[in-house]
Design a protein. Structure first.
Length: 120
């Protein structure tokens, strides 16, 4: 299982269609994370001002229709993530049937992501 972060409104607007975030066009892949702790570090580094609520899609890598590769963070991983952690990159849209669970990012009073809560 791998994780992908997306604003709820963006995900809900798709109505079951494949999801192709801007990074797919701009960088050639969809950014994902290997586990919950890394996902929270990514949220705190890059998504603190993103529209909320934020979801973390738990993706079954075996059900992805696009190619998946594990790569090092470039130029460096976000704070709190070890240098040797590899990140899953999906080289195509995310097919909705690969989503095993939907989790919502939980925040503390200072605006830091602290956990993920199951929402479906």
């Amino acid at each position: 299982m791998i994780y992908h972060v997306v604003p709820r409104a963006e995900w809900s607007a798709l109505s079951g269609q494949p999801y192709a975030p801007a990074s797919l066009t701009e960088e050639g892949f969809v950014h994902c994370s290997p586990d919950e702790a890394t996902t929270l570090a990514v949220v705190n580094a890059f998504y603190r001002t993103a529209p909320r609520p934020l979801l973390a899609l738990l993706l079954d890598a075996s059900r992805l229709t696009a190619r998946l590769e594990w790569e090092a963070a470039a130029p460096t991983p976000p704070p709190g993530v070890a240098e040797d952690v590899l990140f899953p990159h999906v080289f195509g849209p995310l097919n909705p049937d690969a989503v095993a669970r939907t989790l919502e990012v939980q925040w503390d009073e200072e605006g830091r992501a602290t956990g993920l809560r199951d929402v479906g």
